[in-house]
Design a protein around this ligand. Structure first.
Ligand code: GTP
Length: 514
């Protein structure tokens, strides 16, 4: 209820007559009366709207206003009269047809009881909507109702459309609309991003009518339908009641419409996110058709609904795309965070995490660790330069990675010229075999090292430990490192396992071997 009715209710007890005058002068369409009185007053605004010459009505001068049910057309008299309902229930809220003389209006009535201390006033506010055509029949009214229901059904369908069902829902909506209009074809076209081509994306045809969707793809619209192209892009609506009467400038359109058997056509532009998306249209094949304002408005409404659906799908899809890209970027970052920048195998961080995890999950079934260190690498750098040293580290990392991969293990750069391989599920014997493979693979690299202590090739030393002798990841590392130290001491280019005797001490000691 508009606030104006509350204005009177809040006044501090003016004289009844003043109160009546106030209601009469309020800038609203009001019918009001004192409760239980038969005298009826109209506000000045309503009196003017209804072209009446007086504002007060009583048994002697009856009010010329009559009310009818908007749905059935029945006169609302006796107990069904809105005035009686308002008098008895005080809160009327009703849609009616209001008749005054020869004029009829769809109207909304809403009532309220207000009081000026002495007197209770029943005030009905009348909202006069569009004029009710006297020639309008009940079936026309019902038709309007069924159209509104159809629109709301289509809108509900489209609003709730999931991406994967949007296409079929748009086609169903075109069908519902086509059947309502008794048209033979209803469709949606979309323009390419440069608006040069058009595709028939959705189509509904009445039974027995030839569909053209498959054929009407990638149509160069400006070339093939120049008149249509100009009109739809400039006026956003193309309305042809009879194709036979198209102007000479539309000869290409006329030929095309005749080819498709179209006699009358209506198309309106569809915009998505303010950009011209395409157009929605429908055809009559059976004969000319005089398009009504109502039909043009209706198809525009359907176009807007379709456009809302498409726009929310586009937004959703671009959000999903961004999300996907973010996930991929995150995944790439995650990989990068775990990789050593020079050798592109796992870095120390990833090594530590993996060893912890593997230790927890499969220490019982065996876990071996190899520490691999390039021999006399300082010397190599000094002789061949740091860049060449880098390349050696990369080549060695590559072979370590291959060996680890083949054994479901992980090769990592532990630091500087030191590498490590975690071998899950590998007992001591298998780990020794793996270490030998590493030695062979490095020697196969055949990297010249003229001033090497032992050979003239780059070699590595390997220290090996396994979970049988270690009590924690750190003790496993210490043991592998200790074994590597021993290998270096033994003259390099060799494999040393953490000693059996100490391994036999069975996880009790945390083997500081150095
Ligand atoms: N080119 C290059 N050299 C590195 C890199 N990281 C560490 N080094 C070098 O590796 C060398 C390691 O030297 P040391 O720890 O003395 O060991 P080593 O000379 O290999 O001798 P042993 O390990 O006892 O056989 C140092 O000269 C470091 O500068 C790297 O990323 N690139």
């Amino acid at each position: 209820m508009p606030a104006l009715l509350d204005v009177g209710a809040g006044l501090p007890g003016p004289m009844t007559n003043n109160y009546k005058n106030l209601l009469q002068q309020l800038p609203s369409c009001l019918i009001f009366k004192q409760k239980n009185s038969s005298t009826l007053y109209l506000s000045d605004v309503l009196t003017q709207h209804l072209s009446l010459s007086q504002t007060t009505f009583s048994d002697d001068v009856p009010c010329p206003i009559q009310f009818y049910c908007g749905r059935t057309g029945d006169a609302l008299t006796g107990d069904a009269s809105p005035l009686v309902i308002a008098e008895h229930h005080h809160a009327l809220c009703q849609q009616v047809v209001l008749q005054c003389g020869a004029r009829r209006f769809y109207s909304h009535l809403q009532s309220k009881l207000v009081s000026d201390n002495d007197t209770a006033w029943l005030v009905i506010e009348v909202t006069l909507n569009q004029p009710y055509q006297t020639h309008q029949t009940l079936s026309a009214w019902q038709e309007k109702l069924s159209f509104s229901m159809m629109l709301s059904a289509i809108s509900t369908r489209l609003i709730n459309a999931r991406d994967d069902e949007a296409d079929s829902l748009i086609e169903q909506s075109l069908g519902t609309f086509g059947e309502y209009l008794k048209a033979q074809r209803c469709y949606l076209f979309c323009f390419s991003s440069d608006n040069a081509l058009m595709d028939n994306t959705h189509e509904w045809v009445a039974p027995g009518v030839t569909p053209f969707k498959d054929e009407l793809q990638q149509v160069p619209v400006a070339e093939q339908l120049p008149y249509f192209d100009t009109v739809i892009k400039q006026d956003h609506a193309f309305v042809v009641g009879d194709v036979e009467e198209l102007p000479a400038t539309a000869a290409l359109e006329k030929a095309e419409f005749q080819r498709e058997g179209i006699r009358a056509v209506l198309c309106v532009a569809v915009h998505v996110n303010d950009d011209l998306f395409g157009f929605i249209g429908c055809d009559f094949l059976t004969g000319p058709h005089c398009w009504t304002e109502h039909e043009i408005k209706s198809i525009k409404l359907i176009g807007e609904m379709v456009s809302e659906t498409l726009s929310s799908i586009t937004t959703r899809q671009s959000l999903q795309r961004v999300q996907q890209e973010l996930l991929q970027a995150n995944a790439r970052l995650k990989v990068l965070v775990n990789l050593d920048g020079l050798t592109h195998i796992a870095n120390r961080r990833h090594f530590d995490e993996t060893l912890e995890t593997q230790w927890r999950s499969i220490a019982e079934s065996g876990l071996s660790l190899l520490f691999i260190d390039v021999d006399n690498f300082k010397h190599y750098n000094d002789n061949y330069g740091h860049q060449a040293g880098d390349e050696v580290l990369q080549a060695i990392a590559c072979v370590l990675d291959d060996v680890a991969d083949s054994l479901n293990g992980l090769a990592a750069r532990y630091g500087g010229e030191e590498f490590a391989i975690i071998l899950p599920g590998q007992q001591h014997k298998e780990a020794t075999t793996a270490a030998s493979r590493v030695m062979r693979a490095v020697s196969t690299l055949n990297i010249a090292f003229a001033s090497s202590e032992k050979t003239d090739r780059v070699t590595v030393s390997i220290g090996l430990a396994d979970s049988m002798s270690a009590t924690s990841p750190q003790s496993l590392i210490n043991q592998a490192d200790a074994a590597l130290y021993k290998a270096k001491q033994s003259g390099r280019n060799t494999i040393v396992s953490f000693p059996t005797t100490q391994r036999a001490s069975n996880r009790m000691a945390t083997g500081a071997y150095r």
